[in-house]
Design a protein around this ligand. Structure first.
Ligand code: BJW
Ligand code: ZN
Length: 243
């Protein structure tokens, strides 16, 4: 594919690379995406499950949902796309991986530095004292879980209407602003402020390469849009850049 050669050339030449990933990168691992024909939001309403209001209304229902997601995510294994990014990180002096995913598959593949815009399903946070802690059990035995202080615990993730962790978002903005190349992989680019990182990178002078099975609202500003599965295209791209 000539586009892969061209994009591989850009990766080879870039001293600084930022990568923005979304649910599509984990699709080949068996983690369901949110939007699209088999997306989660086709069957469930986000406002019933992924908002602070939904949690306040019925914490147990929301936790049942996340317990189900935990099972799916725990059963998943990182795929070739996650591993290709680990290889890329080792080759590029200034490399930043920014993810919207909460599934932990980038870490499990071996990526070292990850900016998690929407939090982490494998961490819990206390609604009363604010403590947060890791919990990697595939399912939690007693719902809803509580903190040692007695307070109600929630997943340490960002729901609609909540601010992203400010330090993480600032670091992501710096990374795309300073990047010579921005790789955008498997995101529908519809959720803000994450999607805004793409035009920000472009406006700051980064070449933008999109890898997605479908067009997105930002395909038009991409310098190159590679159409296909991340697990197939990304290893080929990194391979070309390693020659
Ligand atoms: C493949 C593939 C393969 C498939 N290979 N590709 C109007 C305008 C602008 C903004 C707003 C608005 N109204 C409301 C807002 C704000 C809102 C927002 O953006 N809403 C939009 C939906 C309109 N944003 C927020 O609320 C955010 N917070 C905020 O703005 O705070 C402001 C604030 C400031 C100060 C005080 C208070 C508030 C928070 C957003 C949180 C998002 N959270 C979620 C849920 C996390 C928990 C959970 O998992 O349940 O995060 S939503 C969900 O979407 C999840 C994802 O990270 C996020 C992005 O989805 P992503 O990754 O793009 O996945 P998909 O499924 O959409 O796309 C998959 C893509 O992969 C597709 O393109 C496929 O084609 C592709 N693909 N297989 C390659 N093999
Ligand atoms: Zn507590």
């Amino acid at each position: 594919m000539p586009g892969l050669d061209l994009a591989g050339d850009w990766v080879t030449r870039a001293a600084s690379v930022a990568v923005l990933t979304g649910a599509g990168i984990s699709a080949e691992s068996g983690v369901p995406t949110f939007r699209g024909p088999s997306g989660l939001w086709r069957r469930f309403r986000p406002e019933d499950l992924a908002t602070p209001e939904a949690f306040a209304r019925d914490p147990r229902l929301v936790w049942e949902w996340y317990n189900w997601l935990r099972q799916r995510m725990a059963a998943a294994r990182p795929n070739a796309a996650h591993f290709a990014l680990v290889k890329l990180e080792a080759r590029i002096a200034r490399f930043t991986l920014i993810t919207q995913n909460i599934d932990g598959l980038h870490e499990r593949a071996g990526s070292a530095k990850i900016l998690k815009l929407h939090g982490d399903i494998w961490r819990l946070r206390c609604m009363s004292c604010g403590a947060d802690w890791p919990d990697r059990r595939a399912t939690l035995p007693k719902l809803p879980p509580h903190c040692s202080c007695g307070g109600l615990a929630r997943p340490d993730i960002v729901w609609f209407g909540e601010p992203l962790p400010v330090g993480v978002l600032r670091a992501a903005e710096r990374a795309v602003t300073n990047a010579e190349l921005l790789l955008v992989i498997g995101t529908a680019a519809q959720v803000y402020p994450a999607a805004g990182l793409i035009p920000l990178g472009k406006a700051s002078g980064a070449k933008v390469v999109e890898i997605n099975t479908e067009d997105t609202p930002f395909s038009g500003i991409a310098d190159f849009a590679l159409r296909g599965k991340a697990g197939e295209l990304l290893p080929q791209l990194v391979e070309r850049a390693s020659r």
